[in-house]
Design a protein around this ligand. Structure first.
Ligand code: AQP
Length: 329
């Protein structure tokens, strides 16, 4: 089974990225044939960004992934822009992507509403580039968080439409969304997902935050006026904390509810804070060591790109041939 997923080099990754996606990447690396993970710098340029920081953010993200447990000798880890087949395939796939489908993408609607100056065409085309990322490797399985569901459905539609029109060239990918922790919510506004571009940092825990910051943010998480530690639609804050604790402990939400039955929110939040600090501490320590050696990170990404390109180039040749683009094969 071929696994593929991409992650943006935007700032520091947060607990939602870690639980929803990075954790799945690590679990998948020995199941994938191969497992391919990509730091998607070309996606990051669709909103305003600092060119000086983009390269360094790519190293930050690569170091977080390796610190989390990705082993570049057991998977392929690379930078998206190093494999130019992604951009060519984006254009080729645009001819089988429905304009109306792109208009329906909620991420585009949300992100374009936040732009003060330019809403770039790149932001609109983001889902086509994402489809190309996946389809360039004939990926069978894509691990993502819940917010990417709509983009994944689009990638499937694009592959199906391509195959109907040009023959069975592309693999229609499935996606895996974790049962628990697919949508980690903002600690201060638990009706919104934890997000890189949140208006305030107060509800966001970053993977590299110092223990004291994590503790403070978790302990001041918004809960509700009740006192029961149980999941319910009208208790989004407590539900979110129960999910977080069950993931970081490797237990079930039911076990967490049973353990804290009859105890107040204070005790519960203290336990969540402690568990999250413990969960992220080894990642932060390993990160510090890895991030110091930029040349090694660069070499890792280049080696990964070379391996990725071998696969993508073959798929591109098949796509061009099927579409009648370029000389006959
Ligand atoms: N809150 C979340 N809970 C669970 N999974 C999440 N993901 C993102 N937020 C949550 C998953 O993380 C992976 C990488 O996401 P990305 O590359 O889109 O990274 P990002 O843009 O820095 O993360 P955000 O927070 O999603 O940024 P905004 O909200 O600003 O666009 C994906 O698999 C995603 O599902």
């Amino acid at each position: 089974m071929r696994i593929f997923s991409g992650i943006q080099p935007t700032g520091q990754k947060h607990l939602g990225n870690y639980i929803g996606a990075i954790r799945q990447y690590v679990e998948g690396q020995d199941k994938g044939d191969p497992a391919i993970y990509c730091v998607v710098d070309l996606h990051a340029i669709t909103v305003p960004y600092d060119p000086q920081r983009l390269r360094s953010n790519v190293y930050d993200t690569a170091a977080i992934l390796i610190a989390a447990g990705l082993d570049p000798s057991r998977c392929i880890l690379f930078r998206q822009s190093d494999v130019r087949e992604h951009t060519e395939l984006t254009w080729l796939l645009s001819s089988v992507t429905a304009h109306g489908d792109l208009n329906r993408m909620t991420q585009f609607k949300d992100k374009s509403a936040k732009q003060r100056e330019l809403v770039s065409a790149g932001l609109y085309f983001y889902p086509v580039l994402m489809a190309a990322d996946i389809l360039a490797y004939r990926a069978d399985m894509v691990p993502v968080g819940d917010d990417q569901r709509q983009h994944l459905e689009l990638a499937r539609d694009v592959a199906e439409r391509f195959n109907e029109r040009f023959g069975e060239v592309l693999t229609v990918p499935d996606f895996t969304i974790p049962e628990v922790g697919a949508r980690i919510m903002d600690l201060q506004d638990p009706t919104s997902k934890m997000s890189t571009t949140a208006a305030s940092d107060a509800g966001v825990v970053r993977v590299l935050d110092p223990p004291r910051t994590i503790e403070k943010r978790v302990k001041s998480a918004v809960t509700d006026s009740g006192a029961e530690v149980r999941r319910a639609p009208d208790k989004p804050g407590v539900t979110n904390l129960i999910e977080i604790l069950s993931v970081v402990r490797g237990s079930t939400p039911e076990e967490v509810e049973a353990e804290f039955d009859g105890q107040g929110y204070g005790t519960f939040k203290g336990a969540v804070a402690e568990a999250v600090v413990e969960y992220l501490a080894p990642v932060r320590e390993r990160y510090e060591a890895l991030r110091g050696d930029e040349a090694k990170l660069e070499q890792t990404l280049l080696d990964g790109a070379e391996r990725a390109r071998t696969i993508a180039a073959e798929v591109l040749a098949d796509v061009r041939d099927a579409m009648g683009v370029g000389p006959a094969a």
